[in-house]
Design a protein around this ligand. Structure first.
Ligand SMILES: NC(=O)C1=CN([C@@H]2O[C@H](COP(=O)(O)OP(=O)(O)OC[C@H]3O[C@@H](n4cnc5c(N)ncnc54)[C@H](OP(=O)(O)O)[C@@H]3O)[C@@H](O)[C@H]2O)C=CC1
Ligand SMILES: CC(C)(CO)C(=O)C(=O)O
Length: 334
């Protein structure tokens, strides 16, 4: 099985290392100092489940790889639409795209029977640019439950979780899903093939669409947000609204708000990826994680007042951050 990991960052390099352990022919696509370290030393995974290393091929030039069976997308979701030139050399007629992203994927309404089948979500598929690069027919959905960070170039700190739930947009348990799942399991991960993957997407989103923007606005860790009575209530209200939107598009995730909040609280003094991105001055993954949910509220007529308020504030934060970035002093040219 030939696999390319496009965006071999915190999650991508972790998946690539696991697949390499399973015996798959893995190619990591990365850049900068991280790529240099991957080339020199392979991927080093530090994990409470046991440290390990793997030595897949690493490059910044996908044309040296050629067509593969699977591309695991480890890019942030807002980089998908511009990934065409990186992706093109990797695509053969049957290549599947396993999208390991948080939030609502660009293929969400593809082959979803009901009133919204085929509807394009502008927040994640602006003017159809993502679908043009990534045909929804190629998509295998993936809900990433683990948490990982790049500790230093080439070194992935795995914090918790090993489950990567995958599924076809039409809910079939396909052969391409089974093969990918078997390789992930052989590499030491959990990888169930879910006929109702969208329910998993909403379970993950209940946390990401509420906690991530609130963490960006407050700079608080997950446990701090859950323990402070005021923000806990805001998260509860957002989760109620998110479940309402999910129901309006046909999803009924089987989890209570209390259980979802307990799960988030147990993660402890962890900064969400959105807070980490904010602190690093990187673009926030707001479109897939929050704006797409607000857009779904719009099309289904859901009120979602708390979600809309938190989104508006975080969206302004992201825009002011982007506007002010140029005022950070840059060294004068030599
Ligand atoms: N990390 C986590 O614990 C979790 C992450 N996720 C989701 O997984 C996805 C990936 O997140 P994460 O792994 O944390 O993000 P990272 O930023 O760690 O990984 C993305 C990687 O892609 C690289 N990249 C971007 N553009 C290019 C390019 N043109 N060429 C080569 N490499 C490129 C980045 O390099 P550079 O840094 O130089 O930009 C970076 O190494 C997101 O959707 C996230 O929400 C979901 C659950 C948990
Ligand atoms: C680690 C976790 C689960 C926190 O919500 C996450 O997905 C994120 O930070 O984006």
């Amino acid at each position: 099985m030939r696999v390319a990991v496009l965006g071999a960052g915190a999650i991508g390099a972790y998946v690539g290392a696991a697949l390499c352990r399973s015996g798959a022919d893995v190619h990591l696509i990365a850049r900068g100092a991280h790529l240099a370290a991957l080339r020199a030393h392979g991927v080093r995974v530090l994990s409470p489940r046991g440290d390990f290393s793997a030595h897949p091929h690493a490059t910044d030039d996908p044309s040296t790889i050629g067509p593969v069976d699977y591309v695991f997308l480890g890019l942030k979701a807002h980089s998908y639409a511009s990934a065409g030139p990186l992706l093109a050399p990797l695509l053969g007629p049957q290549t599947a795209l396993v999208a390991g992203q948080n939030g609502i994927p660009w293929w969400y309404f593809h082959r979803l029977p009901g009133p919204y089948e085929g509807h394009r979500i502008e927040a994640v598929d602006p003017d159809g640019e993502t679908s043009a690069v990534m045909a929804p027919e190629r998509a295998i959905g993936c809900v990433v439950y683990p948490a990982t960070v790049i500790k230093s170039p080439g070194v992935i700190q795995h914090l918790e979780g090993t489950r990567f739930s995958i599924g076809e947009p039409d809910g079939t348990v396909s052969q391409r899903c089974r093969w990918f799942s078997e390789a992930m399991i052989a590499g030491g991960l959990k990888c169930p093939v879910e006929p109702r993957l969208r329910d998993d997407i909403w379970i993950k989103l209940m946390g990401n669409a509420s906690l991530n923007p609130i963490s960006a606005l407050t700079r608080a860790t997950m446990v701090e947000i859950c323990e402070s009575a005021g923000t806990r209530r805001v998260v509860e209200l957002m989760m109620e609204e998110i479940l309402d939107i999910a129901a309006r598009v046909g999803s009924t995730p089987e989890i209570s708000i209390a259980r979802r909040l307990d799960g988030a609280q147990r993660v402890g003094h962890h900064k969400t990826s959105m807070l980490q991105d904010l602190e690093a001055g990187k673009q926030l993954e707001l479109d897939a994680v929050v704006a797409a949910v607000v857009e779904m509220a719009d099309i289904t007529g859901a009120p979602a007042p708390t979600l809309r308020t938190v989104h508006a504030a975080t969206d302004l934060l992201a825009r002011t951050m982007a506007k002010r970035a140029p005022i950070i002093p840059t060294p004068a040219p030599a």
